[in-house]
Design a protein around this ligand. Structure first.
Ligand code: DX5
Ligand code: ZN
Length: 218
């Protein structure tokens, strides 16, 4: 299973230190949460920070856009150096989501589609062939440190089986409240990538990564 530490829980005044520590600890990707205060009731960071992180050349950037009108920002975040660029199915936009996913791929970037906990998994059916990743939110997006929503494993399994049938190379990512108590169950349900914020950064990231790997190896 791939691990994508979320810098939302890192120390923004010491981002380089925290990102290098995550890379040194064997992280696979770096999850970057972009929030606009409209699609979610919180504001985080934008493309200039993504571009600075790209310059560190530490980890591939897994950029999660929790913003309205994502189609307007595809070029900006591709230019900034995203390896994966994920948009929300529920985000209002004047362009069809399919076109936005295609435009991400046309830039040579992996296209991700995310669904909030109350969105039926089947809603992504038509779009899955255009996706390199399906992000199944396991909390309501907007804030780190929330509790994993019980019952999410059923949604992960449903997402995996839909992807197997319609888009076999599409990876399933989970995000929100993932920690050492639930990550293995999520992997068994079909998750390929685990995003973890507080579970890794509210402690020594090296030690916390070792714990996750040992839990996953059991
Ligand atoms: C929440 C973000 C998550 C967040 C997860 O809306 O999308 O990426 O950082 O944080 P934890 O792992 O603390 O729940
Ligand atoms: Zn996220």
């Amino acid at each position: 299973m791939l691990i994508s530490p979320s810098i939302l829980a890192a120390d923004y005044a010491n981002l380089e230190r925290d990102v290098r520590a995550a890379a040194h600890a064997g992280a696979d990707l770096l999850h970057v949460d972009v929030m606009d205060g409209h699609f979610v009731p919180n504001i985080s960071i934008g493309a200039p920070v993504v571009a600075s992180l790209r310059k560190l050349d530490a980890l591939p950037l897994d950029v999660h856009l929790m913003i309205e009108n994502p189609s307007k920002y595809v070029d900006m975040f591709c230019d900034a150096g995203a390896a994966y660029l994920t948009i929300h199915l529920e985000a209002p936009d004047d362009k069809p989501t399919a076109d936005t996913l295609r435009s991400i791929r046309a830039r040579g970037v992996k296209a991700g589609l995310s669904i909030k906990p109350k969105t039926p998994v089947a809603a992504v059916r038509e779009l899955l062939p255009l996706c390199d990743m399906l992000l199944v939110m396991t909390v309501e997006p907007g804030f780190g440190g929330q509790k994993f929503i019980d019952g999410s494993t059923g949604r992960i399994a449903e997402a995996k089986s839909l992807a197997r049938a319609l888009s076999p190379d599409c990876l399933i990512e989970i995000d929100g409240g993932v920690d050492e108590t639930n990550v293995a169950v999520c992997r068994d349900a079909g998750a390929d990538i685990a995003v973890m914020g507080s579970a890794l950064f509210r402690g020594d990231v090296g030690e916390r990564m070792k714990l996750m790997r040992s839990v996953l190896n059991k």
